[in-house]
Design a protein around this ligand. Structure first.
Ligand SMILES: Nc1ncnc2c1ncn2[C@@H]1O[C@H](COP(=O)(O)OP(=O)(O)OP(=O)(O)O)[C@@H](O)[C@H]1O
Ligand SMILES: [Mg+2]
Length: 441
């Protein structure tokens, strides 16, 4: 179609990982960015959103597939695309004006022209008066405005924004979002389309003409929702709430960590990338769900609103509860399981026993550690043994993160003890739980 500006076909990206399996980050992505639209790419952390933006702007090459700019395959960075990043990336030793002018230096534009255009861009983003200020004198919101000015000063056709508001406080972010929409609606720039990455559902519902929901492992587009709502959107409108509910619905379907087989949750393997969730948060959510008497269930969108959490915070907690079979997610509703109810109603000591049983039953890594400790003379092993095991399939950082979560959950449940100084896991005072007591075969 003639109004397509950028299109990607069959894009995949695999990052090679030495001495183990390569990491497949994006799989078979097709998408087009058309004239006059703001598209939001909505996905959880680590799903490959930034990688896709980098590929689409020509900064990195895909492992396979084609990126086209006005119908022509690209061969390198696309000059008509500008980027705005989450961290403003301003040079601290340059003034606002110099930072914005920097965007034009590569284009061989005479200095007086550069200055004129930079001043105009600064004006557009509402920063006039701050031309001679240095970044350290500016608030986060102002720095991001300068980031926008630097992006639009080159008069790009397309603006890519990678979580541009997520480093800002709530009110500043809202203010900037509104100003950006005003610029867009009033056509104060030459922009023809905007592609924005976010993990904030509200932000996507507020700004997008189209929302692409991104599934993980590897990243792929799970849904393409057209938003038919004029700007000046109001989160209290029923249409807005319906949109948010529908986004949640698609996301919960896209969240594949716990994909179901025949209605039952799929067992995870020993290298499963556990979400990083603190034990107190897990227990807090079980209690919140339990307070939803008598059904002990709630809409995930209501839960997010009640707890003031966004997607990246809420989904890992629900995933963890599902993993431990304390809760299950069905058609956008989170519901306590029988074990979840038992846990919520138990005494503190019994809670630990129940938690230990779920850990040993459903987390193979905990079961493995417990078994090793029982077998070893002295009932102690060094954490490096477990790290080595995890590193067979996970990156170094991911392995450390998983071990940290495993240790925190297991210590709480007294499945084993951990000595932070020596790095040893042991059955020293691990409580009364044994594998047999805990109900595993
Ligand atoms: N150059 C690289 N080499 C190896 N792995 C990489 C590289 N760049 C990204 N990755 C991996 O690809 C995955 C996706 O990363 P990416 O930054 O695209 O995700 P994201 O959705 O933008 O996440 P976030 O919300 O945290 O910004 C991550 O697991 C990351 O570790
Ligand atoms: Mg990113």
């Amino acid at each position: 179609m003639s109004d397509i500006i950028i299109s990607v076909q069959n894009i995949s990206k695999v990052f090679p990982k030495p001495a183990s399996q390569d990491i497949s980050v994006l799989d078979n992505i097709d998408l087009s960015l058309r004239e006059s639209e703001i598209v939001c790419l909505l996905g959880t952390s680590g799903s490959g959103k930034s990688t896709l933006l980098r590929i689409m702007s020509g900064l990195i090459k895909p492992s396979s597939g084609i990126v086209s700019w006005y119908g022509q395959p690209i061969k390198g960075p696309i000059p008509g695309v500008s980027m705005v990043f989450q961290n403003f990336a301003l040079l601290p030793w340059l003034t606002v004006l110099e930072n914005v002018e920097l965007g034009l230096e590569a284009n061989n534009i005479p200095p007086d022209q550069r200055r004129k255009r930079a001043l105009a861009a600064i004006d557009i983003v509402g920063m006039d008066g701050f031309e001679s200020a240095y970044p350290k004198e500016l608030s986060g919101g102002m720095c991001q405005r300068v980031g926008f000015a630097r992006a639009i000063v080159v008069e790009p056709d397309v603006l890519f924004m990678d979580e541009p508001f997520s480093a800002l406080d709530v009110l500043t972010a809202e203010n900037l979002r509104n100003d950006l929409i005003d610029l867009w609606v009033a056509k104060k720039t030459k922009l023809k389309a905007i592609l924005m990455v976010t993990h904030n559902i509200y932000e996507a519902a507020y700004m997008a003409d189209r929302i692409l929901i991104f599934g993980t492992n590897p990243g792929r587009i799970m849904a393409d929702l057209k938003v038919d709502m004029p700007y000046d959107r109001n989160p209290d409108q029923s249409k807005f709430t319906e949109l948010v509910d529908s986004i949640y619905h698609h996301i919960t379907q896209a969240s594949d960590s716990f994909s179901r087989i025949g209605g039952r949750l799929k067992p995870v393997d020993i290298h499963f990338r556990l979400p990083e969730v603190e034990i107190s948060t897990l227990i807090g959510l079980v209690e919140t769900l339990h307070s939803e008497a008598p059904t002990h269930q709630t809409e995930i969108s209501d839960l997010a609103q009640e707890l003031h959490l966004d997607l990246d915070d809420l989904l890992p907690i629900i995933d963890s509860l599902q993993l431990l079979r304390f809760a299950q997610l069905r058609s956008g509703r989170v519901e306590l399981t029988f074990a979840g109810k038992m846990f919520a109603e138990a005494s503190l000591l019994d809670q630990k026993q129940i938690f230990a049983r779920q850990l040993l039953d459903y987390l193979p890594i905990v079961k493995h550690i417990h078994k090793r400790l029982n077998m070893k003379a002295g009932h102690s092993i060094h954490q490096s043994e477990i790290l080595m095991l995890l590193r067979q399939k996970l990156s170094d950082t991911a392995s450390e993160d998983v071990l940290k979560t495993v240790i925190e959950w297991s210590r709480y449940a007294e499945v084993f003890a951990f000595d932070v100084n020596s790095g040893h896991l042991s059955l020293d005072n691990p409580g009364e739980v044994s594998e047999t007591d805990a109900g595993t075969k």
